[in-house]
Write a protein that binds this ligand. Structure first.
Ligand code: ADP
Ligand code: MG
Length: 721
């Protein structure tokens, strides 16, 4: 009797069981059966190399003619090029950053190689092909011996456990497997013409033809989307069912005063989103809303209005920011916007006024003590902070609203830590300037309602972006520094952004998206500062800013920059999110290919915030036709954040997309790709929502599948903390 829950021990030998556990963490039959093949070698359908066409999915039988690895020019990493021949012609196989395969792929060895034919430098090639080498003295049939079908599955494997060995294990397991009960409700399965779970697993591992393999893959992909949506919708429903204190808008009070004093009109988008938030907060259930808005679309005001509404109701609001620079800026901006309305408790302050306070990790003991007291007594209606806000010593009198700025830096766990500081569940508003396509939002933030701010405030200036390819056009860099001088002469300010703090440091807290390994040749703030100061930017007022400086230094530098006492800020990505200095008009980003697409978009959003147009120059040594260069070109060609986030997402793996926010469910997602499978995700969401409406308890198998995933997620969570 073998089921998906059976232990592998007993079904397979002890040694194999141990290797599967060590390599992949597999314990059960189900774990192993969810190890899916990447593609299939087709027995008896080998292609001749001389007849390959671009775009074909092919399998060839060939002998290794040569194998050489070399470092890439002008960028990091190495490439292993293997030339194979089958007597009709030669073909190149390439592996990027996998030099270790060189010891596998020895000259003279024969093997089956499978992949999609591409063309590079007008030569045909297979990039990252799957292969099965033939043991010396064996023939082809012996190499695939023990496998009965025509389609030989190729699995993610290692030299310890090659693909054919995995395939043998799976065959053994399937042979002894009892009918697998299907958790997917039958009417859904029939609607899409999917195979049963048992059929799907059997067909994926040993297909009769490629069509049924594809159907099986679709079914299993749908399962992932469906279960994920069901989990997210369940969580959403649970959250909505909780009791919270309603905080409706009052006709008079801080909010009313604030609106009167606002120096500009809210945009239509800001009004709509505010109305949605106000309606949510007027309910006796917690709001759980995501506000995604383009860089510069004015999310802060929207959040501030929500915070004031809560204060008008006698509650407090917490604003969580990802960096100290941003937290400190929020304090300054909010105090400035509120004017005398934030003078609560001060001599001469109005009775309605409240207080705004700041809690960060590196503030002085006295400042912290004072801030903690203001939060605990309720005197501070608005408490701004970094993740220091999550600390145990932080207490609120009546926390009614949590605003999380730049959500992509925080996970569910952090939101929950802050929520636990409220007496009753607080309202929650999370904000992100990394706009994401609808289905991604559904997947990543599926438990939240989504509001979108697409419109920028009137009079916002356009940003022009150019790539400066230093290898091809070294002179352009000189021109970039001249542009900075010109802007400064006109009374404007500039940013220079570098990926590292200091030269040769192996690790920088400020880099969060590095393509490839780190390198000492990258520009650093500490080197660039003196170099520019004594060279290209001589005579200008230049200062460095980075994450390793003390809070006081950072604060003083930002303040000086905001007050126009500095011309140029040389900085790491600490300025990436939220920094708002309208007089800054030009930004030069060094080694721009080291940053992600969305990150570049965020960075350049720091210029063109005032009345003059912005200019962003992306300096890079990436050469033409490389993915790195193409990403930069994409950023220079559009300012549509949604478009850019698609490009960014396409280059990231699912685990990264889902990130910490789905820690647990992540291990259950193997096939699903949020962009490629958009329409499937939408369907799965509809189906999941119908099932939830009907009641999951009507589907016993489904209910226990969900419980299982939730238990795994909880276990993952405990492992991590
Ligand atoms: P983001 O959405 O990127 O966080 P901010 O909230 O920092 O954007 O707003 C960007 C700038 O636009 C700020 O200087 C803010 O004062 C200004 N702003 C916000 N709303 C409006 C508006 N309706 N009209 C004019 N300026 C606005
Ligand atoms: Mg912001």
């Amino acid at each position: 009797m073998t089921s998906l829950d059976s232990k592998l021990v007993g079904v397979l030998g002890d040694r194999t069981t141990k290797v599967l556990k060590d390599l992949f963490g597999y314990h059960t039959v189900g774990d192993l059966l969810h190890h899916y093949p990447r593609r299939y070698l087709v027995r008896g359908e080998l292609s001749n190399i001389s007849e390959l066409n671009e775009g074909d999915e092919v399998t060839i039988l060939a002998e290794i003619f040569s194998a050489n690895s070399r470092r890439l020019q002008g960028r990091k990493g190495n490439i292993l090029e293997v030339i194979v021949t089958d007597g009709t012609a030669k073909l190149s196989l390439t592996f990027f950053n996998q030099a270790w395969r060189e010891k596998d792929l020895k000259v003279g060895k024969q093997g089956l190689f499978a992949g999609k034919v591409g063309v590079f430098n007008s030569k045909r090639q297979l990039s990252h092909p799957d292969y099965e080498l033939i043991a010396d003295g064996n023939d082809v049939d012996a190499a695939v011996e023990g496998f009965a079908g025509k389609y030989l599955p190729m699995y993610p494997a290692s030299s310890k456990l090659p693909s054919w060995k995995i395939s043998q294990c799976i065959e053994l397991v399937i042979g002894s497997l009892d009918e697998v009960p299907d958790f997917l409700p039958e009417h859904i399965r029939e609607k899409y013409g999917y195979p049963t779970l048992h059929q799907a697993l059997a067909q994926l591992h040993n297909p009769v033809d490629l069509d049924s393999a594809e159907k099986a893959r679709q079914r299993l992909t749908f399962d992932e989307a469906f279960l994920l949506q069901l989990l997210l919708l369940t969580r959403r429903k649970e959250l909505k069912g909780l009791d919270a204190v309603a905080r409706p808008v009052k006709s008079s009070g801080l909010l009313a005063e604030f609106d009167k004093s606002l120096p500009f009109e809210l945009t239509a988008g800001q009004r709509d989103v505010s109305a949605e938030i106000e309606e949510d907060m007027a309910q006796p259930h917690p709001m759980n809303r995501l506000l995604q808005g383009e860089v510069g679309s004015g999310k802060t005001i929207v959040a501030l209005r929500a915070m004031l509404t809560v204060v008008d109701n006698g509650g407090q609001a917490a604003l969580l920011a990802p960096t100290e620079v941003l937290a400190a800026q929020h304090l300054r901006t909010i105090e400035k916007l509120l004017g005398s309305l934030s003078d609560g408790g001060m001599l001469g302050g109005s009775d309605q006024a409240t207080q705004v306070t700041l809690i960060t990790g590196s503030q002085s003991a006295t400042a912290r003590k004072e801030a903690l007291a203001l939060a605990a007594s309720g005197a501070a209606g608005i408490v701004i902070g970094t993740h220091a806000l999550l600390g145990e010593s932080v207490d609120f009198k009546d926390l009614g609203l949590i605003v999380v700025d730049e959500q992509h830096r925080f996970g569910v766990e952090q939101r929950d830590a802050l929520k636990s500081k409220a007496v009753t569940p607080p309202h929650l508003l999370v904000m992100t300037a990394t706009p994401i396509p609808r289905t991604v939002a559904m997947t990543v933030f599926g438990d939240l309602d989504v509001s979108t701010l697409r419109e920028l405030p009137l009079g916002r200036q356009p940003i022009t972006t150019h790539v400066i390819p230093v290898l091809e056009k070294p002179g352009y860099l000189e021109r970039a520094w001249e542009r900075i001088r010109e802007e400064v002469e006109q009374g404007h300010q500039a940013y220079v952004v570098a990926p590292r703090i200091a030269a040769g440091t192996s690790e920088d807290a400020d880099i969060d998206f590095l393509m490839g390994e780190s390198s000492s040749t990258l520009a650093s703030v500490e080197e660039l500062g003196p170099e520019l100061q004594s060279g290209a930017l001589k005579g200008l007022r230049v200062a460095p800013l980075h994450g390793k400086q003390s809070a006081d230094v950072k604060e003083a530098t930002m303040k000086a920059f905001a007050n126009k006492e500095l011309d140029v800020l040389i900085s790491t990505t600490v300025i990436e999110v939220g920094v708002d200095v309208p007089n800054a008009t030009v930004m030069v980003i060094m080694d721009a290919d080291r940053f992600g697409v969305s990150q570049l978009h965020q960075l350049r959003g720091r210029v063109g915030r005032g009345t003059s147009p912005g200019l962003c120059l992306l300096v890079s040594s990436a050469i033409v036709d490389t993915p790195a260069r193409e990403r930069l070109e994409a950023v220079s060609q559009t300012v549509d954040g949604f478009e850019l986030s698609r490009i960014d997402l396409e280059q990231r793996r699912e685990g990264d997309v889902l990130g910490a926010s789905q820690s647990g469910s992540r291990s259950h997602l193997r096939l699903l790709r949020v962009l490629r499978d958009e329409s499937m995700i939408e369907q799965a969401r509809e189906d999941a929502s119908a099932i939830l409406e009907e009641g999951v308890h009507k589907y016993a198998l489904l209910q226990s599948e969900l419980a299982q995933i939730q238990a795994d997620a909880a276990a993952d969570f405990i492992d991590k903390s």
